[in-house]
Design a protein. Structure first.
Length: 213
């Protein structure tokens, strides 16, 4: 599990394609502390396993399933990526619970970046839009953000200056793709309700008994 609070920006050092897999080398510094082979790292929000550590470069193998459902297929050498180590049980949960399992790829529809305002509009597929609510949490390329508003399949997020400085989102342009993970709690709630509740039983009393109200 992660929190969506980015620890540092890494750099893509190598890309090696082999059949349906991709080996990615990420040059890092801060997150190397305490990391060894077999550990997990969130790269642009996707949880990957360290398969080799050589010098200051972490190597990861990306399978076909991950390539098909993330932005990794469009990575290039020298690209910057958001990095985060797993959450410790003794850590502050400054962002929100992030699993590192990408739900879909979103696309930047519009962006406003100036000294006084930083806002990004992102389009997602309609299935995922149903899990997004105003003022709810969402991870965009691994960054924990609050949904400012949503209209149909487009949602907006606003970036504080620190987020702009510490993540890759400042450099994103219109039509760029981003990894999206919706709030895991929302996914569980929607799944439970859709399987066990019909319209007749979904009452205020039902929700109170199960702790939703």
């Amino acid at each position: 599990m992660f929190t969506g609070i980015i620890e540092e920006l890494g750099t893509v050092d190598s890309l090696s394609r082999k059949s349906d897999t991709l080996r990615i080398g990420i040059k890092a510094d801060k997150i190397l502390e305490g990391i060894s082979v077999g550990d997990s790292i969130a790269i642009n929000g996707a949880c990957l396993t360290v398969v080799k550590l050589t010098g200051g470069v972490l190597l990861f193998d990306v399978m076909k399933e991950t390539l098909n459902n993330t932005t990794f297929r469009s990575l290039k050498i020298k690209d910057r990526v958001n990095l985060e180590r797993p959450l410790k049980l003794t850590s502050f949960l400054s962002g929100h619970l992030v699993s590192g399992h990408i739900d879909c790829v979103g696309f930047i529809l519009n962006r406003t970046m100036n000294r006084d305002e930083a806002k990004i509009d992102i389009r997602v597929n309609k299935d995922m839009a149903g899990y997004i609510i105003p003022k709810g949490s969402i991870a965009v390329d691994g960054v924990s953000l609050t949904v400012a508003d949503i209209a149909g399949d487009v949602f907006s997020v606003c970036l504080i200056p620190l987020t702009r400085a510490m993540t890759t989102l400042e450099k994103k342009r219109i039509k760029d793709s981003v990894n999206i993970e919706v709030d895991i709690i929302g996914k569980y709630v929607k799944s439970i309700l859709s399987k066990s509740v019909n319209k007749e039983t979904l009452t205020e009393e039902f929700l109170k008994e199960r702790g939703f109200l």
